[in-house]
Structure formats: C-alpha cells, structure tokens
Unconditional design. Sequence first.
Length: 389
Amino acid sequence: MKRATKQSASESEDLSRGAEKAQRPPAEDADVKDVPQGTGATLGLRVSDILEAFPFYVMLVDDRHRIVQANGAVHEQLGLAPEDVVGKYCPRVIHGIDEPWYACPLEEAAETGEAVEREVLDRATGRWVRSAIYPTAGFTADGSRIYFHTVADITDAKQVEDQLRASREQLRELSRFLESVREDERTRLAREMHDELGQTLTALKIDLSWLARRLQERQSLLEKTASMGELIDEAIQTVKRIATELRPGVLDDLGLADAIEWQTQELGRRTDITFRFNAYPEQVIVDRDRSTAIFRICQEALTNVVRHADATRVSVSLKKGSSRISLRIRDNGKGVEESQTLDPGALGLLGMRERARDWGGEMAITGAPGKGTLVVVSIPLAKKGDSEC
Ligand SMILES: Nc1ncnc2c1ncn2[C@@H]1O[C@H](COP(=O)(O)OP(=O)(O)OP(=O)(O)O)[C@@H](O)[C@H]1O
Ligand SMILES: [Mg+2]
C-alpha cells in the first residue's frame, strides 16, 4: 500500500459532497455531517480533515458494511473516484468481493460494541493487513451505528518483526551452542587436570620421598625435599580445586542433588552463612544437560547470595514432580530490588533466565527489602521434540 498524500481541504469537502451524490448514500441519511466537530470546532477541523491526516485507509462504515465516508488514501490507492466509494459495499471496494471479508472485524465489533483490531494475512494479496473497527456514538438516520474503520498494510513492519524474531532465535541458538561447547571444554579440562596433572604430581611426590630416604645424612638437602614435598601437596590441592570448580565430578558421578548439596557445603565452609538443602525425592534423577543447566543456575544464584545478600541463612530445595523439576533458593538477606532484576546489565540473572528458557522453563527472582530474596526455577522434564526423560 502506497503512502497517500494529504488532500487539500477543498478535496475533503468534495469527498463529503461525494457522499451526497452516491447512489442511496448512507451519508445522506447519516448523522455524520462534514461540519466542524467538538473542540475541533475552535480549530476549524472537519471530520474529513481528520480522516485525511491518515496515510492508510480510513473510513466511516455502517453496520451493513456501507461506506459512509472515506479518506483520500482509499481513492488514490484504489484509483477510484469518491462516488465509486461512498455509499458502496466496503468488501467490494477494498477486497473486490461481494460478501464480508473473511477476517473483517465489523461483525464482532457490532456484536460486542467494543473496538476490534486484527492483524491478518490477506490470502488474496499475500500482504499483512491491520484491520480495525471502532464503534462511534453516531447513527445514520435509518438507525445503523457508524463505525470508524482503518485498514493499513503492515507487511513491512511484519517482515522487520519476523527478521527480529528470527535473529533473536539465532542468537539464542548461538548462545546455547557456546554454552554447550564451554561445558564440554570444562569437562575435558577438569578431567585432564585431574587425571594427567594430578597423577604427574603424585608420581613426583613419590619420587621425592624416594630421594629423601637416600639423603638421610644430608640435613640441608633433606630440608629442601621436605619443602618441595609441601609445594607438591599444595599443587595437588590446587589442581583438584580447579578441576572441581570447572566441573564438579560429583555432578557426573552422583547426580544433581548431590552436586548441589556439595556446593552448599563448600560455600558453608568458606563463608559464615548457614546453608540448608533438601531434595525430593532424595535421589533426583535428571538427564545430564538439564542437570548441568540447573546446577549452573544454582551456582550463580548462590554466588549472588554470597556476594550481594548479606544473608546468614540460605535454604535450597530441589523437587522433581511428574512433569517438572524445580529449584528454590531463599535467603534472609537484604532482598533484591525489582530495578536490579530488570537491569539489562544484570548478566548473571540474564544467564540464569536464558538457561531456564533453553529448556522451555522459567526463572523468577523476587525480593523484599530486609526480608530476603527468593529465586525459583522451573523446567519441564520433556520439551517439544525431546524424548521423555
Ligand atoms: N540474593 C540476592 N540478594 C540481594 N541482591 C541480589 C541477589 N541476587 C542478585 N542481587 C542483585 O542483583 C544484581 C544483578 O545480579 P547479577 O547476577 O545479574 O549480576 P552480578 O552478580 O552483579 O554480576 P555477575 O555478572 O558477575 O553475576 C546484583 O548486582 C545484586 O545487586
Ligand atoms: Mg551474579
């Protein structure tokens, strides 16, 4: 639909005269006169002036689909003279058909007395159309209600919307892919560190003990081997810690509930916060990818508690129902504020939400000042196109 140019006032007046000329024009008996209206009177505005301001089809129609008045966009874009429009059957003028258009909102608006707006694909033209009907307070002289009717081509906007939706979905796909690559990489690194580096250091420790036994009389060398031994012990602990932080083996070996419990114990040991954990049923069995997603969400939520909440108590509960698995983390800290949770820069929270969404689930975080924060995550156990787990 082309953008119509604005018509001059005299053309607008022609339009209303067109109404009078048309064959049994509803405008003739209508109460709609092209005279200054309401406060518009002080501005010298006519109904036609208002209709002409719109670059898309704007009409007044009655409840029998008769066009009472139409703006220049209708004439110009359809190449019709005003007398071919006013008083005519709207579906014929706009769609070239002799029955109501299949998506016409008029019937519903007439029935409910409410405005009806529809965005529909016009099957005949392949274009997207926004067709809207707004009941007015006016009636034609024969008692038909008058409706304000707009028809706009929104194909371009729809295309932009579709492209935006597609690129958002692509971004989500990319982030899902990067996450899984990152998780695989972490698992591989953790294993290699634990198996390779850990074993090498242990072997080094054994060799060092062997050396120490043969250096009984050389006190200074003996002291050196003792301090080397301490360094190797430290290195072994560091390797274990890094490997566990990269991907806790307990997640793969014992499952989600044990991994979360282990994480709460770890944090309990390192902070002054008391953590309580419960799982229902005790053995929550979920597939590896969902376990990873929930575990990472839980880690981020717990890290947030430690970093931001000033809490003394945290309770974590994991529950598997027949169709969903849910995780609740409640702390008694200062309470997150809505502005913080909605902040586009809150990437940790965004990551939690996205991970939950990846699995068709959701994450909600709420807080009350001084009363703590509650994080609730819920993920369905089966996703469309997914095998039941
Ligand atoms: N349990 C909580 N108690 C109080 N405030 C919280 C809590 N969790 C989150 N917040 C607030 O919400 C903000 C956003 O959290 P988010 O995890 O997105 O970012 P962050 O932790 O500051 O940084 P990072 O990107 O490293 O995670 C935090 O900066 C903090 O102010
Ligand atoms: Mg964070």
